[in-house]
Write a protein that binds this ligand. Structure first.
Ligand code: TMP
Length: 251
């Protein structure tokens, strides 16, 4: 399939294909943090982000959450539908950490009474600020689309939190994005990976995500590999649930 580079970001490249409705997202081993002030790279980061995203999008689809995901084409590349993205980052939180701890003065690790949804403006030069609905209306984002973002965030959390819990991982918070396909349907997009989620080991509290890089905790390569292992250890059962078949007890 011919590939034309149409975008290169901090952690991925996006290619157009010979089908105008289809893109390839190739994940890199590079990372940035704090609005690109901190840079790094580690082995198999791209593989983890592509493979975990593919597994999670397939699992979400099987659980009633459609996304842009079509298939994984190689270790670091996924094929997706081409969407027109909303300028919104949807953050969902179950436990206080990061910018929520700073915003509310909560200790990291404090369980929230209910999931908190934040809608941020996807704009690097402004540092992706947290906005309210009035701001978004001014930017031309409709209430209907914002409602979709909030409902989608809660639905994704309702599917993913138990999935990770079964694998010994607390889903502290995560960020997703939303786009509209050619037929006008809004759906989940972007990625689901240790770059975009906070994962804490349930027993030890060990950070298994990008905070190891952001905060110079060391062991970032091992943490990503561990998350990939936990998600793919039972990949056949994920696939069977995704296709509605029960392969348990098979060879
Ligand atoms: P925060 O606590 O820094 O606001 O991050 C909340 C969650 O969103 C965390 O899981 C990391 C993710 N996130 C991104 O994926 N991209 C970003 O640019 C930011 C700021 C956060």
């Amino acid at each position: 399939m011919p590939e034309t580079l149409i975008y290169e970001g901090k952690a991925k490249k996006v290619f157009a294909t010979d089908d105008a409705a289809v893109l390839l997202h190739r994940y890199k081993d590079d990372a940035t943090a704090y609005n690109a002030q901190k840079r790094g790279s580690w082995k198999d980061k791209g593989k983890t982000n592509a493979t975990m995203s593919a597994a999670m999008f397939a699992y979400l689809e099987a659980n009633g959450v459609p996304s842009h995901f079509i298939e994984q084409v190689d270790e670091t590349t996924i094929k997706t539908k081409k969407l027109t993205m909303l300028p919104v980052e949807v953050v969902v939180r179950n436990v206080a950490a990061g910018s929520l701890s700073r915003l509310l003065g909560f200790e990291e690790g404090r369980r929230l009474k209910a999931p908190i949804i934040e809608l941020c403006y996807k704009n690097d030069s402004l540092g992706d600020p947290l906005l309210n609905w009035h701001h978004f209306r001014e930017l031309g984002v409709s209430d209907e689309d914002l409602e979709f973002c909030e409902e989608l965030g809660l639905k994704v959390n309702g599917v993913l939190a138990p999935f990770f819990d079964e694998r010994g991982v607390l889903l502290v918070d995560f960020k997703i994005e939303v786009g509209r396909d050619a037929e006008g349907h809004l759906m989940l997009a972007d990625e689901i990976s240790p770059d975009t989620c906070r994962f804490w080991d349930k027993e030890t509290g060990e950070r298994l995500d990008k905070d190891r890089f952001r905060r110079d905790l060391g062991g970032v390569e091992e943490a990503y590999a561990e998350m990939l292992r936990r998600v793919t250890a039972d990949a056949s059962s994920i696939r069977s649930r995704a296709s509605g078949k029960d392969e348990e007890g098979g060879a």
